[in-house]
Design a protein around this ligand. Structure first.
Ligand SMILES: [Zn+2]
Length: 425
């Protein structure tokens, strides 16, 4: 192990330039820009290291087109004899830079031990760490059983349909091909993330009746009906959600309770109207609900309590009509704390830091859901370099030290999982 870690230390420059090269390809999603060159950068590098490489386009998945192909890359390197397979999965897409940057979001500037850029932390630094870990094992000639796989997948930021979900549907995240999965998301370099809360996105519409704005009594205002619904959320639902605490170790503390974000509201005139408003009673109002629920809450109950509030309004308010449309839903996931990948990574973190890692769950979902649900593979965690709070922020950065330390943890965990060795051996 010691020689392997020294080898990784010697690869610091390679890790920095790989991370920079990845950041400089602006894989912004939506719409899904530059996926192919980014996938090829990873694929050709791993091919040079002796991996078998395939490119799998998520054909027909949301957003896929010839202009924006959903290009995934999966690389596999066989060990000395058959055995288990450890797969490192990183998403190559990044969110748009947004406002507030003091640096070039795609410049990958290095300063004070940090690499700046969109996607540096979420999660190109993590992808680089996993590649460096694998390259170090191979360069050092450490024998291993089974296989190491590394994938770069698309669309995590928009649900992962063209990425991990697509590949999982084709058997890429199932036994017997794969046994253990590490997703190097930025959840802090000394923590192991074993799952996430559930999510339900829904659109709620209230309906009214259009009329001249000077005679609203001849119409029925959909915005007022929506106001009544929002009142009910405030008086009935929000206090109830605050009382529900999960036993899952979700961070930050505020996300241990059940939450609801009202992500948008729209009714009446278009929100980009110019000039004077036209005088109309709005006949439609829409909100988007972003409900994050706990492993203790069944999804049908999460939906039913919203419908119950709307049904109550239908009885109380003359003319109240509504509909609810599901947009997206994913159940919470939780990996067994005794699972091999949790143990292997925890032992390596302890060896690096001298203290036991914090075991956490993520407030939001990530691609683990597809590995669980479609791949039916439960031995999966997120572990990687980067500070969670920096993800999606301006001036996002990754600490070079964190890339290097996490590469050691990943390499050590790989040998434990593939060869059955332990941190001390
Ligand atoms: Zn991410």
């Amino acid at each position: 192990m010691q020689k392997l870690f020294e080898r990784i230390d010697g690869l610091e420059e390679a890790a920095v330039s790989l991370t920079q090269d990845l950041i400089r390809i602006p894989t912004v999603n939506p719409p899904g820009d530059a996926y192919t060159p980014c996938a090829e950068l990873i694929g050709e590098r791993l091919r040079a290291a002796g991996f078998d490489v395939v490119y799998e386009r998520g054909e027909g998945t949301p957003g896929d087109s010839d202009k924006h192909p959903r290009t995934n890359i999966v690389a596999r390197r066989e060990g000395r004899r058959p055995g288990p397979c450890l797969h490192f999965n990183g998403h190559i897409d990044v969110v748009e830079p947004g406002e507030g940057w003091t640096r070039d979001p795609y410049g990958a500037e290095v300063e004070d031990g940090r690499i700046y850029g969109r996607g540096s932390c979420d999660m190109k630094g993590g992808i680089a760490a996993s590649i460096i870990a694998a390259e170090a094992i191979l360069q050092e000639g450490v024998p291993f059983d089974g296989a190491i796989e590394i994938s770069g997948t698309v669309d995590e930021e928009t649900g992962g349909y063209g990425g991990v979900a697509y590949l999982a549907g084709k058997g890429f995240f199932s036994k017997p091909r794969v046994d253990h999965v590490i997703i190097p998301e930025p959840l802090n370099v000394d923590r192991v993330c074993v799952g996430h809360r559930g999510v339900w996105w829904a659109e709620v519409c209230t309906h009214g009746h259009i009329a001249h704005g000077s005679m609203p009594f001849l119409g029925d205002c959909a915005v007022r009906h929506m106001g009544a619904f929002l009142d009910k959320l405030e008086s009935d639902l929000y206090p109830a959600l605050a009382d529900r605490q999960t036993a899952m170790p979700v961070v930050p503390e505020g996300a241990k309770q059940s939450t609801l974000n009202i992500a948008s509201i729209h009714g009446g005139l278009p929100d980009n109207f110019n000039g004077l408003p036209s005088s109309l009673v709005p006949d439609l109002c829409k909100v988007i609900l972003d409900r994050r629920f706990l492993i203790e809450e069944p999804l049908d109950q999460v939906k039913a309590e919203i419908v119950a509030l709307l049904d109550a309004l239908e009885k109380e308010r003359p003319g109240f009509r509504y509909d609810v449309r599901d947009i997206m839903e994913f159940e919470p996931t939780l990996t067994d704390l005794e699972a091999p990948v949790v143990q292997a990574v925890s032992d390596q973190i302890e060896a690096q830091f001298g203290h036991k890692p914090e075991t956490i769950c993520s407030p939001g979902t990530y691609d683990q859901k597809h590995v669980f649900r479609i791949g039916q593979l439960k031995d999966c965690i997120a572990y990687g370099p980067g500070i969670l709070d920096l993800a999606h922020q301006p001036d996002e950065y990754i600490e070079i030290d964190a890339i290097m330390t996490s590469a050691k943890v990943m390499a050590g965990a790989a040998l434990t999982l593939l060869n059955g060795e332990t941190a001390s051996s």
